[in-house]
Design a protein around this ligand. Sequence first.
Ligand code: SAM
Length: 327
Amino acid sequence: MADLATPMSIRVAATLGLAERAGGAGATAERLAAETGTVPSALRCLLDHLVAVGVFDLDAESGHYRPTSLGAQLSEDAPEGIKPLLDINRAGGRADLAFVDLLETITTGASAYAHRYGRDFWADLDARPELRRSFDAQMSWRFRVQAPQIAQRFDWSRFTEILDVGGGDGTVLAAILHARPGLRGRVLDLAPTTTAAADRFAAAGLDDRAGTVSGSFFDPLPVGADAYLLSDILHDWDDDHARKILAGCRRAAAPNGTVVVIEPLRGQGAGTAMDLFMLMCFGGRERTVDELAGLAADCGLTLRGCSPVAEGRTALEFTVARRRPAW
Ligand SMILES: C[S@@+](CC[C@H](N)C(=O)[O-])C[C@H]1O[C@@H](n2cnc3c(N)ncnc32)[C@H](O)[C@@H]1O
């Protein structure tokens, strides 16, 4: 459980594309080293360890290393889709590497990601567009099954306009609008990601009902929508930031407006490893229904209902309370 040699070998193999390069026919360490610009003797050492742990096979006669069925999962087009989470040059793999600074997080409570890379996760994505693209793609891929479930299992039909706050590249909103033809919606997110959302809406023929707003959810939000959606947003943030986001939704919501929070809940879909990742990477956390309801209450939002909407995810529905909020 504490071995770092194996996880790092697998991540380096994914980053170098060794499974795709070797393919079914296999390849020698020398050829793979030439293709990847690495040192043959060092690469052989890596490959030999990957053979020892069952990720590659070695044909002793030809000297060809070939991915096993386990190793084939490292390929770009493997159905398991794990490569982006392992490739250390993409957002997911890069974020996971910050776990080596976990002691910093446990000692100070602060994000190990910022400690390791000198800026927080979102600033890092802003500074490196290729990371931003890989993150958006990963977010969309993770919801390939869940987005249609979210669209079907929650009653969106009573709304006329949704603002999907931090809606990424529009994967969730597009699924909702497909399922509910009477509905309009907009994604609010940071600038490069809203371009991806606009492209998605245009490609899906939704641009007459779907739009984008570039900006930060810490600034005043567009007013007057009857539903403000926060899907996998609050767990990226500590309590103070989460309250700011919720308070922004409450201020912008139409009278009788609704704020819908969709998250994995602590103990109901959110595993301990993901909880630790949220803390390590973002200084965020998975929360229980009571914890989310408490944060929302501070912001003048009252919990009206709570229902599972997708595997491992629950929708919490809040309405604007009459009394003046603390936030
Ligand atoms: C975990 S992703 C969730 C995306 C989408 N809601 C979903 O469920 O697929 C978090 C999103 O928050 C966005 N985000 C982060 N900081 C933001 C900010 N200050 N203002 C607006 N969006 C932000 C990110 O760009 C990203 O798209």
